[in-house]
Design a protein around this ligand. Structure first.
Ligand SMILES: Nc1ncnc2c1ncn2[C@@H]1O[C@H](COP(=O)(O)OP(=O)(O)OP(=O)(O)O)[C@@H](O)[C@H]1O
Ligand SMILES: [Mg+2]
Length: 201
């Protein structure tokens, strides 16, 4: 890397998806810190800033206008400066037709997810919805349909390895991809169902 210039041949788009509360924003922040020429855009911020929702449902969640979110996100990708890395964060990234180079899906144990969502004082119905979403790997399944280079991460070690890989890759290094991990929360769901729980699971 002569003259201290990094070889950045491409403007990468990295999508970060995952169940609400699974740790997308935290992961994106760490990735952003590891890639000097990167920028984070939270899809939720676009939804708020440009009012890309039609209503708010009974659980307090915004009903997002996906076509409009897609249009706005594509505009942001178009505006992306050459040689930079755009980190798009949101559980809806696999629901809109964009073409990320890499998708990261943050996974979390159901017990940890419940703990985090209870701290946020989410309604029971909404917590239940997210437990189900996490246990069937809704975001991961969708992401894999959209992007052939999709990684799921759960532990700090998974996250570190993936951050090393992505930051290496975007700076033009010849890096080896981490192995694809199969993460399943199904046993934990079964346990919750058989033990009984307050979410009518
Ligand atoms: N690796 C981690 N270890 C411990 N706590 C974590 C970890 N990652 C995230 N958290 C905590 O979990 C909570 C949710 O994380 P975060 O806000 O990153 O999730 P999110 O997927 O972005 O949620 P949302 O979809 O609502 O934006 C935060 O309180 C965060 O501090
Ligand atoms: Mg977030």
């Amino acid at each position: 890397l002569a003259g201290g210039h990094q070889i950045k041949s491409k403007d990468f788009v990295i999508a970060v998806s995952g169940t609400p509360g699974s740790g997308k924003s935290s992961f994106a922040k760490a990735l952003n810190e590891a890639i000097p020429s990167s920028k984070v855009i939270e899809l939720n911020d676009l939804v708020d800033e440009f009012k890309l929702f039609s209503s708010v449902d009974k659980m307090g969640s915004k009903v997002v206008k996906l076509k409009e979110l897609e249009k706005k996100t594509k505009e942001k990708i178009k505006e992306q400066e050459k040689g930079t890395t755009l980190i798009l964060v949101g559980h809806l990234t696999p629901e809109i037709s964009i073409h990320p180079d890499i998708t990261v899906v943050t996974r979390v144990t159901l017990h940890e997810l419940i703990k985090r969502l209870e701290i946020r004082k989410y309604q029971k119905e909404k917590i239940k919805e997210n437990i189900v979403s996490e246990s069937v790997d809704y975001c991961g399944t969708k992401a894999k349909e959209q992007c052939k280079e999709t990684y799921e991460v759960e532990t700090d070690q998974d996250k570190k390895e993936l951050i090393d890989y992505i930051s290496g890759k975007v700076s033009g290094k010849d890096v080896t991809a981490p192995e694809i991990k199969e993460i399943s929360n199904f046993d934990e769901l079964l346990e919750l169902v058989t033990e009984g729980n307050k979410y009518s699971l």
